[in-house]
Design a protein around this ligand. Structure first.
Ligand code: TRP
Length: 340
């Protein structure tokens, strides 16, 4: 029986943080372990080049870090194909054909890319490759005929564009070769984890993240520095829980919801200090992070073995992609020399 194909990935521009963990890694591991899917997970180095073209070293270094993060959270190379985007030749080719099926106007309407362009302040120096990366992402997904894509909420516009491209392609070339994918998103309210500083987004550039690779001391320091309620000065003062990052994290990570509810009531009434809730959060985060950290340290001892996993995965992914590309070339009619 052929299983539904799952395709997903991350840009290697740094290490992964706990926002990635709740936003998509958990879903990926669960889908992998369900045994119901054939999962492919891509380290999207080609996409990382779209805004880091002059810093290949950063991408090279991050490639291994992201691979370690995957292995650490429980992506198992025996169950999931972990591979590197740049090694899949067909992706460049399919992207090129897709490029003619989308308009500049449509690309300008992609809200995620729009927001990123703003945030990165590209102005006139916006690379064409960055502007068009949703097209290459559509190729990533469709070259594997993936039906499920476990990602963070911000990736929904990419999936919408992918579905449009699939329809355009199948329409233009008269064959139902490519398949429309759907996103698999985190549970409601768990998808977006704010930064330690209370900023809406946890990100490397804002320096407000807890990384899966952080050691226990670093995690403790970061939790102690977390933004709470600036008006909650003395322990006796009544505190606010909305916008209080410690409670937001507790809502996401604490298994004991009843206890969180009690702590919230106590905090609002006054008499519960920030240190107490931070220590409770730290305990919960450590229970989650310490096994991840341990596995990461184990895998990090043999970088050659990790590279080998990526190499084997890339070879397999490339041959799967090549099968789709044969169909694509025939559909488009560029199989001039393969006709018999
Ligand atoms: N855009 C994703 C990110 O921001 C990475 C990515 C590239 C991806 N290709 C993909 C995700 C295909 C899902 C499917 O990190």
């Amino acid at each position: 029986m052929t299983k539904e194909i799952v395709l997903t990935g991350d840009r290697p521009t740094g290490k992964l943080h706990i926002g990635h963990f709740v936003g998509s890694l958990k879903n990926r591991v669960n889908m992998q372990n369900s045994g119901n899917y054939d999962p492919y997970i891509m380290i999207a180095d080609t996409q990382a080049f779209t805004d880091n073209a002059r810093d290949p070293e950063k991408i090279q270094n991050s490639l291994l870090e992201v691979a370690l993060d995957y292995l650490a959270v429980g992506i198992d190379p025996l169950k999931s194909t972990i591979f590197v985007q740049s090694q899949i030749q067909g992706l460049f080719e399919l992207t090129s054909y897709f490029m003619n099926l989308v308009t500049v106007a449509r690309l300008q309407r992609n809200p995620t890319v729009k927001a990123e362009i703003q945030q990165k302040g590209f102005g006139e120096s916006l690379p064409a490759g960055f502007f068009t990366y949703p097209v290459s992402q559509a190729a990533d997904i469709t070259i594997f005929k993936a039906t499920k894509v476990p990602v963070g909420d911000d990736q929904e516009p990419m999936l919408e564009q992918t579905r449009e491209l699939v329809r355009s392609f199948n329409n233009a070339y008269g064959k139902a070769i490519l398949v429309e994918p759907e996103g698999v998103f985190p549970p409601k309210g768990q998808g977006r984890i704010p930064g330690l500083d209370g900023n809406a987004k946890m990100s490397k550039s804002l320096n407000n993240a807890i990384y899966l690779s952080d050691d226990a001391d670093t995690v403790a320091k970061k939790v102690k520095s977390m933004y709470t309620d600036p008006q909650h000065i003395k322990v006796e003062d009544p505190g606010h829980i909305e916008g209080n990052t410690v409670f937001t994290y507790l809502d996401i990570f604490a298994p004991d919801k009843q206890k969180v509810q009690e702590l919230k009531e106590q905090y609002m009434a006054g008499g519960l200090g920030d240190m107490k809730i931070k220590n409770y959060l730290l305990e919960i985060l450590e229970a989650e992070l310490s096994p991840i950290r341990q596995r990461r340290n184990e895998f990090a001892k043999d970088k050659g073995a990790v590279l080998n996993i990526l190499k084997t995965g890339s070879q397999k992914a490339n041959s799967v992609a090549e099968q789709t590309m044969k169909e694509v070339r025939t559909a488009i009619g560029v199989d001039y020399f393969d006709k018999d």
